[in-house]
Design a protein around this ligand. Structure first.
Ligand code: 6PG
Length: 248
């Protein structure tokens, strides 16, 4: 098996140009996937960094240039709170993007946080993935694009350093307890085999507070979950601002 390709790192001057570059990248990935396979499957990131990207995509300049009818929207992870909670990743994306673009409602697959505790929610979301991707037993869903962020401790999605979820090799979705960084909430997350089956993974990182951990991730630090996202047959791209690149 060939070694994964090295990450593609693009540094933008500031958060606004980062959001614009990310919107251009997502729109291009969507057009390519739709032309090739008739649909675009994307896993959205949580956290605050993608807010500016979602707002750009909802802006008429991008909204009117994208074929939203082909989008199938999932989440890379979710906190176990209702969508109207300010900590909800689903709620964040709905307010900033999904309520403002014409994606067919049946193609938006919200994490079913009302299914119970984190194990029940993880199982329920895994069932959604298996249905929508029409997976045979033992198969992994191959997302066209997975958007991810980077936590200050090197976590991504809700895969935290040292957590057994990092060694999950059977489940598509697992529950994870609160990490050490706020918000300290129970979560569910896509597992590394799912992330590493994607056609493309794009990390967004902004701000000087990410510079040190980003350097370690790009150097391949084995203890950092974000460094373990290396699709076997897909690209990893980092869209970062100058501050996160340590140039600020
Ligand atoms: C989450 C996110 C998480 C996030 C990073 C970065 O649910 O917490 O999925 O992985 O992307 O913590 O968060 P910021 O963008 O807020 O820095």
């Amino acid at each position: 098996m060939e070694a994964p390709l090295p990450p593609i790192v693009t540094v933008l001057p500031d958060p606004a140009t980062l959001a614009e570059a990310a919107a251009e990248h997502v729109a291009a990935q969507a057009a390519t996937a739709t032309a090739a396979r008739g649909r675009f499957t994307i896993a959205l990131s949580g956290g605050s960094t993608p807010k500016a990207l979602y707002a750009r995509l909802a802006d008429p300049a991008w909204r009117d240039a994208i074929d939203w009818s082909a989008w199938h929207v999932f989440w890379g992870d979710e906190r176990l709170v209702p969508p109207d909670d300010p900590n909800s990743n689903v709620g964040l994306a709905e307010r900033a993007l999904l309520a403002r673009v014409p994606i067919p409602a049946a193609q938006v697959y919200r994490v079913p946080v009302d299914a119970g505790g984190r194990v029940a929610v993880a199982r329920a979301y895994e069932a959604v993935l298996r249905r929508v991707f029409d997976l045979a037993p033992g198969a992994w869903p191959r997302f066209d694009l997975v958007l991810l962020g980077l936590g200050g401790d090197g976590h991504t999605a809700s895969l935290f350093p040292g957590h057994p979820a990092l060694d999950e090799h059977t489940r598509l979705v697992v529950g994870t307890p609160p990490g050490t960084l706020p918000p300290t909430l129970d979560r569910v997350t896509l597992t590394l085999p799912v992330l590493n089956t994607a056609r493309a993974v794009t990390f967004l990182a902004a701000g000087a507070d990410k510079a040190a951990v980003l350097r370690r991730v790009l150097a391949g630090a084995p203890d950092l979950p974000a460094a373990r996202v290396r699709p076997v047959d897909g690209e990893v791209r980092w869209l970062i601002d100058a501050a996160a690149a340590g140039e600020g």
